[in-house]
Design a protein around this ligand. Structure first.
Ligand SMILES: [Fe+2]
Ligand SMILES: [Fe+2]
Length: 187
């Protein structure tokens, strides 16, 4: 834990309990997303699912990267993750994704789209709360938000709701905006 960091943030008007709650809820949502995207990714099958598979895999791995970045910040600031996965699921900032009964590509993509939309709200809120007060969390949140906006647009495109400007990542889960914060995996 960085005591000086905490002290400075509090001086800048950050309520540490509020910030920690936001970070934990965001981390919980990312881990749930990673888990359910794994299920969905393996259920995307058939000739119409090839493009969706690759995009779901990128979003899945990038959301795992988001989880790891948030965990780093939580411990840096003296917080802790949930003791059990049950607590994590109950406290997540977004309603958990799920594997829908109907496993056609469209139904699976709809679950992914809803999860991305909720994630965007979480990071807008974190950016608003930390702007001008907590540059590190702001920087993380903004980088994550860039990727969530992309994820949403990709799934919208696959659902015929508009164009995303999507171009294939250089490798699965590249995380172009957040990879600089990853401590374990490097290019
Ligand atoms: Fe994410
Ligand atoms: Fe995402």
């Amino acid at each position: 834990m960085s005591r000086v960091e905490r002290e400075i943030l509090e001086k800048h008007g950050i309520d540490m309990n509020v910030l920690m709650e936001k970070l934990r809820k965001a981390a919980a949502s990312e881990l749930l997303t990673y888990y359910y995207y794994t299920l969905i990714r393996y259920n995307l099958a058939g000739p119409d699912a090839e493009a969706a598979k690759e995009i779901a895999e990128d979003a899945r791995l990038e959301d795992r990267c988001h989880f790891e970045i948030l965990v780093q910040r939580i411990y840096e600031l003296g917080g802790e993750l949930y003791n059990t996965l049950r607590e994590l699921e109950e406290d997540a900032g977004c309603k958990s994704p799920y594997l829908p009964e109907n496993r056609d590509t469209k139904s699976l993509l709809k679950v992914l789209l809803d999860a991305e939309r909720c994630a965007e709200r979480i990071y807008h809120d974190l950016c608003d709360y930390t702007f001008g007060k907590d540059p590190v969390t702001y920087d993380y949140s903004l980088a994550i938000l860039h990727e969530e906006v992309e994820h949403e647009a990709w799934f919208e495109e696959l659902l015929d709701m508009g164009k995303s400007g999507h171009f294939r990542r250089r490798y699965p889960g590249e995380s172009p905006f957040t990879k600089k914060f990853r401590h374990i995996e490097k290019d």
